[in-house]
Write a protein of this length. Structure first.
Length: 508
């Protein structure tokens, strides 16, 4: 365990994330009082062991003073490492001050462990958002490299990837009037079963089948309200996610898609996407329903094409079912199909990932999203982690290199990227697509470029103001039963939320 002592808890999350990136899987605890405070230090440069080894400190103390930030690492043998950085909170923005703290801590832990992290001090979800804004501000590539290296300690490889993606995103967004539009998210929180790694709001359709009809009635009520929110804005994208929307029956899907098409104006919609997700939820009838209502992008997600892995992670279907579902989708006219895969799954190595890619190549999807396994707090993989420690892959970087090579050789270009906490090897998720097959909704939500109206249990609505720029959120309850019983209250909450945003806009 690593104990952390902070004189100001406002930066607790930033310190925790940096420490966890250097010591993944290690328990980190905030302690009220340090036995070895900054003032107790005897010397500033003892480490007890050779630099370059992955040494774990026993305690870490951070002191925020009027003119400097001070950090002390205390090791098990009582030896210490001490560093300071000049800083003045009153003369710096909070972001500048925070980054100074993170650079100081990163430098110390990098020195102690001999590691450099590919994304440097960046701990957030959207690293490409920084580069996107720099391009918008007309900075040249060398300036972007310089800023990302000196401010955030990013590797040149990750900066290069970010620039490529940000440029492609910018080109795609220039074709959309995203500032005057909005997108719609419909959440269906049911799944055939819950996967080992998953912490999304999802409910087994088997256990919650009695609630589906009530849920549909509740979300239809919210759809009717949602259609009135933006009378002067154009709808850009519609995204059915979850959960797995295709756990609904063909009749239920028909009813829900029809309800959305009836009440929302689809005149300017660029993308209508449904997460078909699990192949064991896909039938010919459901695929025909999706085509009937104009769905022009679907996702069929194997995650792995290794049967041993599917069995381990709780995906109750076979590799053959994945292939059959994909072929069925092509037969019913779906010409924009994404597939998701995960690298870093328990028990897999590079040869497993290479075989999964070889099988995906034969299916020839229009886009491929490569996720790096993230250990979510509420996932079974985390709560039962002792059972899977021995199965944790050690070569995730090589797995990612295999996916990059696969994308390059098969004409897939990277078009969006995001990160999550506790990702294997501090890597990222990347979306690859052939030309004109990109997921526009993915870019809009990840770069936070457009207002997202989210309906359904667990839906997170984001209101994006461009002039002046700010983002505010309003979330629905995650519980299906609470969503059903509190739907009128949730609609009223949204009504007040959007009224506040309109009033704020009028006061500008």
């Amino acid at each position: 365990m690593i104990h952390i002592y902070l004189s100001d808890k406002a930066y607790e999350n930033d310190v925790f994330q940096i420490v966890r990136m250097f010591y993944p899987g290690e328990e980190v605890k905030l302690s009220e009082k340090s036995e070895e405070t900054i003032e107790d230090r005897e010397t500033g440069d003892k480490r007890g062991e050779e630099a370059g080894k992955k040494i774990k400190p026993e305690g870490l103390s951070v002191s925020f003073e009027t003119d400097k930030i001070s950090i002390l690492l205390v090791f098990q043998n009582g030896e210490k490492l001490y560093r300071t950085a000049e800083a003045c909170f009153s003369q710096e923005t909070k972001s500048q001050y925070k980054n100074k703290l993170k650079r100081l801590l990163y430098g110390m832990l990098s020195e102690v462990t001999g590691q450099e992290l590919p994304w440097g001090i960046l701990t957030g979800v959207r690293p490409t958002k920084l580069v996107f804004q720099m391009i918008e501000d007309e900075l040249g590539e060398e300036e972007i490299y310089h800023n990302m290296e000196t401010e955030y300690f990013c590797s040149r490889e990750k900066i290069s990837t970010s620039i490529q993606i940000a440029k492609r995103e910018r080109r795609l967004m220039q074709e959309i009037d995203y500032q005057n539009g909005y997108s719609l998210y419909i959440g269906i929180p049911f799944c055939p079963s819950t996967c080992l790694y998953c912490s999304f709001t999802s409910y087994s359709i088997e256990k919650f089948s009695d609630h589906v009809e009530e849920y549909l009635k509740a979300i239809e009520k919210e759809i009717l309200y949602g259609a009135t929110v933006f009378p002067d804005k154009k709808l850009t994208c519609v995204y059915f996610g979850g959960g797995t929307p295709t756990t609904l029956s063909a009749e239920q899907l028909d009813r829900l898609l029809g309800c959305v098409k009836k009440h929302f104006d689809f005149t300017y919609v660029k993308e209508f996407c449904v997460e078909a997700g699990r192949p064991d939820s896909i039938t010919k009838e459901k695929l025909q329903v999706l085509k009937k209502w104009g769905v022009n992008r679907i996702s069929i997600n194997p995650q792995s094409m290794q049967q041993k892995t599917l069995d381990l992670i709780g995906r109750k279907h076979t590799v053959e079912q994945i292939k059959e579902a994909f072929a069925l989708a092509r037969e019913t006219g779906h010409d924009n199909i994404n597939m998701d895969m995960i690298i870093g799954l328990p028990g897999e190595d590079v040869s497993d990932v290479s075989d999964t890619l070889a099988q995906i190549r034969k299916l020839n999807p229009d886009s491929l999203t490569v996720h790096t396994l993230a250990i979510k707090r509420a996932a079974r993989l985390n709560m039962e982690r002792e059972n899977y420690i021995a199965m944790r892959p050690t070569d995730v970087h090589s797995m990612q290199e295999a996916t990059v090579k696969f994308a390059r050789e098969n004409a897939y270009l990277s078009y969006y990227l995001y990160r999550q906490k506790n990702m294997a090897d501090n890597l990222e998720n990347i979306g690859y697509a052939r030309d004109h097959k990109e997921g526009l909704y993915n870019i809009l939500i990840m770069e936070e470029l457009q207002t997202i109206l989210a309906l359904g249990a667990g839906g997170m609505t984001k209101y994006v103001s461009h002039h002046p720029h700010y983002i505010v959120r309003e979330d629905n309850v995650k519980s299906v039963t609470e969503y059903i019983t509190r739907i009128d209250e949730l609609i009223e909450r949204k009504r007040k939320f959007f009224k506040e945003q309109r009033d704020c806009y009028l006061r500008q």
